[in-house]
Write a protein that binds this ligand. Sequence first.
Ligand SMILES: [Fe+2]
Length: 300
Amino acid sequence: MTEITELGYVTVGVSDIAAWDEFASQILGLEVVRPDDPKIRYLRMDYWHHRIKLVEDSSDDVLTTGLRVAGVLEFRAMHKILSDAGVDVRIGTADEAEACKVLEVMFLEDPNGYPIEIFHGPLVAYDMPFHPGRRMHGGYKTAHGGFGHMMLNRSVEFEDIHAFYTLLGLRGGIEYKMPIPMIPEPVELMFLHCNERQHTLAFGGPSEKRVNHMMFETERMEDVGLAYDLVKQAGIPVIIEPGSHANDQMYSFYMKNPSGFMSEIGWGGRSPTGQSEYYQRDAFGHAPVMENMKGFMVPA
Ligand SMILES: [Fe+2]
């Protein structure tokens, strides 16, 4: 089957890399790896070489999204599918693949103009088990579900986004028509899945950036609570209070990270149900913290 199998990695441009060192390790509990280049950090949460690459720049946004296919045959088939569909796609050189820590990579953009890297063969370091940056009750839940999910803003119609990601093998559709404070019409949100994680990519989240939020899932509920306590102690703005989503049924909360978009920490998400349905509100909680949303989620 030629389809994306998981959200493999993301590269994020960050203006304050020192603040991210502290946030990633002491708040999120990720392992921060410092390569020779002082403008780069690798963030680990499992055996992979990295799941997040931070690059020092002024964008404070997602620079590229790494989507995995199973192997070399699927990689070639995906390249043919995209080329036949008229998508502008370029297979990277051996040096480019090496820089991405994968066997092969191709470069393209989605209909929003967001850069995508489709790859196979990530570097997996079984000699380097995940070493959290601070105490954790358990690890991060990544296997068979990618490293998490990401909600992005959109600049084109849902139809165009749906058609493109269907080509990549993702499935899903509109799952929320959600009233958001200070936004006049209910906000429609599209959720797409490709594995046992209920959604891997989502579109329509209000943001001045490409990215609205990025979610990591812990293996134990206690780690959501621990992260919440650490966020409160550090004085980091909570954007959405703890609660349970209607679609993935994840128990989670959202905080503002040093790049000004949201990080979500969750536990207990379900798998896709295989049939479409939509929601107007979450199961419980998830109250927005209005004063912390102003200027990036709602008008200042
Ligand atoms: Fe989320």
